[in-house]
Design a protein around this ligand. Structure first.
Ligand code: GLC
Length: 618
């Protein structure tokens, strides 16, 4: 007896590429509290090919559905109910935009709340929640905070970076956040840039190698357990702007753009990255957010990128350089190839403006359909229709001992020993004086993008400070004293450790066009230690090389520690020789501030060349 199955017949039609609307499947009564869920609809059938599911869903969508899918508001400016009413495709958290209390569980409650809103719309298309988990799930208090990218570039270990991606994805999955605006694959060419620490290095080979973070975030099989969408950013040339000005203009020939800044994106596309974020910066005077040649012809055409191109935060508003939103900016951005617009506040204006541009033909419907096809393909590829809610079984993974051990290993691998007259490694039975404003401060050693957008000094999240690490790793016979300013040191100590460097910052707040000198406070601390006659090892906690050439002669050792994150014991592992230093410079270290930009092969004479790094015992 052959039982006629609507579902089988519809699946057959779809597999032949025929529109499934010809076959009216049973549409059950509305689910409790929700709209009618077309349970038999092919787009809901995980057994069908992704393309067939997308075709079916697209055929059911109204213009409102499609415009909503392309809209990504910030959580503070939209309610879960509005997410359903306006068919919103994605919601995001700006840096530090968190629920209260800021715990993993309340994150899961918040994100699930928006998801329920999305699923209340007739087609019940799940929204995807985006966050900047750029060195762990760093918006969440209690999450594991890994070293920032510049330190991972110094470690030169793509497998380690992949494992960090996997750990980050697991902590994200627990909270329902399934889109990571990472990795930053920028190639930082001028260390005065405030985002230098978000770069894996100054040559394309390093960011390209560390694109392994994508494999960790997305998993071997996208859509598998703890698999989140990764984002290659910021396309393209953000690290090549004149003077290292954030959001500035990369005034370079296309040959250099292609040789230096494009390769990491080619590698990200090869690895199947789900999304690419467009840079705020310009190339030779043209805003990247309106650059159809680079987004559509090069990224989507030449590189064959099939995922989602997302704008940066209010990136479309900034195309004309004026405050506010115009229809012309919307049309320019969407026609340039941007598929999802990160429009934190004015998302209703965006939807209305885009609708008007479609109605008058400025933005062709084919462009809208292409954007939706890309968005829906990634949502289906990553299993959002089957698993739209937070995976609370992984809440115990957030800040877990295993993840912190991985982070500690990464911290140790990222340390670069630049000078050592023998004061390092420290003896475990020594009498050691520790000083410096970065020694006992989780916020200072984590840097920007930590709990808040800019990061901040203080005990911002659980972790181990560098001083606590020194006390943990030193033997019981050791005597460790600490004073932030170095007050109290005398000649009875075997060694002094000055942990100094930069305060946290993010983006343009970190631009330093005036130079990269050490802060006066740090200079005073080091000089106070040196005056005692005790040998001094300087540990530099910074997002980039600083101008130390004129002072280095008076230091007995120098370690570039970068921005290690919550696991400060990794620094102590190297200081005591539990782990031999193996890190190598991912960026050239300038001889003086007048030297920037300074990069491998530019003929200048740096203080330390790209790739430099010492170890113990020669
Ligand atoms: C920021 C950054 C970008 C980030 C986005 C969302 O301004 O440029 O890297 O992903 O906004 O927070």
């Amino acid at each position: 007896m052959y039982c006629f199955s609507v579902r089988a017949f519809r699946s057959r039609l779809l597999s032949l590429g025929l529109p499934a609307l010809l076959v009216l499947g049973p549409v059950p009564a509305p689910a409790a509290g929700g709209a009618a869920r077309p349970a038999a609809a092919p787009y809901l059938d995980p057994g069908l090919p992704v393309a067939a599911r997308v075709d079916d869903l697209l055929s059911r969508m109204t213009l409102d559905d499609k415009l909503g899918q392309m809209t990504q508001p910030e959580r503070r400016y939209i309610t879960p109910a509005e997410v359903g009413t306006y068919r919103i495709g994605s919601v995001m958290s700006a840096g530090g935009s968190a629920p209260s209390p800021n715990t993993a569980e309340s994150w899961a409650d918040m994100v699930d709340g928006y998801q329920k809103g999305a699923l209340s719309a007739p087609l019940r298309i799940p929204m995807v929640y985006g966050v900047d988990a750029v060195h762990g799930h760093n918006n969440v208090v209690g999450a594991t905070i890994f070293p920032h990218d510049i330190g991972l570039g110094a470690a030169r270990d793509p497998a380690l970076v992949r494992d960090i991606g996997a750990a980050t994805a697991e902590e994200m999955a627990a909270t329902g956040a399934d889109w990571d605006f990472a990795p930053c694959l920028c190639v930082a060419r001028d260390d005065r840039w405030g985002r230098t620490y978000e770069s894996f290095g100054e040559v394309p080979e390093l960011p390209s190698a560390m694109a392994s973070l994508i494999d960790g975030l997305q998993g071997a099989e996208p859509g598998g357990p703890a698999s989140v969408l990764a984002t290659a950013k910021h396309f393209v040339g953000d690290g090549g702007t004149e003077g290292g000005r954030d959001r500035g203009d990369a005034k370079i020939p296309e040959e250099e753009l292609r040789a230096v800044h494009l390769p990491p994106f080619r590698e990200a596309v090869r690895r199947g990255v789900a999304s690419v974020m467009v840079s705020y910066s310009s190339w030779n005077g043209v805003k990247m957010h309106a650059n159809r040649y680079l987004i559509t012809d090069v990224l989507k055409g030449e590189l064959g990128f099939k995922g989602i191109v997302v704008s940066d935060y209010q990136g479309v508003d900034r195309i004309d350089g004026e405050a506010g939103f115009t229809r012309d900016e919307i049309a320019k951005a969407v026609n340039a190839g941007i598929d999802m617009v990160m429009v934190p506040r004015k998302w209703k204006d965006f939807i209305a403006g885009l609708r008007a541009e479609v109605k008058d033909g400025t933005v062709p419907m084919a462009r809208i359909d292409d954007a939706n096809r890309r968005i829906l393909t990634e949502k289906i590829r990553f299993g959002l229709f089957e698993r739209p809610m937070a995976d609370r079984s992984r809440l115990t993974a957030v800040g877990s001992a295993a993840h912190r051990a991985l982070a500690r290993r990464a911290v140790a691998a990222s340390q670069v020993l630049l000078k050592n007259d023998g004061v390092l490694p420290l003896r475990r039975d020594a009498k050691i004086f520790v000083a410096g404003r970065n020694a006992d401060d989780i916020g200072m050693q984590s840097g920007g993008w930590t709990v808040t957008w800019q990061g901040s000094p203080g005990r911002t999240t659980p972790g181990t400070t560098i001083l606590q690490g020194i006390k943990q790793v030193a033997g019981e016979q050791a005597k460790i004293d600490y004073n932030r300013d170095g007050e109290g040191i005398d000649e009875t100590y075997d060694a002094a450790v000055a942990v100094v460097g930069e305060k946290p910052y993010a983006e343009y707040h970190g631009d330093r066009p005036g130079g990269l000198a050490l802060d006066d406070e740090d200079v005073r601390t080091i000089e106070r230690l040196r005056a005692s006659g005790v040998p001094v090892a300087v540990v530099l906690v910074s997002g980039r090389p600083l101008d130390v050439a004129s002072r280095l002669g008076g230091w007995n050792a120098l370690v570039a520690s970068w921005l290690p994150g919550t696991e400060g014991a990794g620094v102590a592992d190297v200081l005591f020789g539990a782990v031999r230093p193996s890190g190598r410079l991912p960026v050239t270290w300038p001889r003086g501030e007048g030297e920037e930009p300074v990069n491998r092969g530019d003929g200048k004479e740096p203080l330390f060349p790209f790739g430099y790094g010492l170890t113990y015992g020669g």
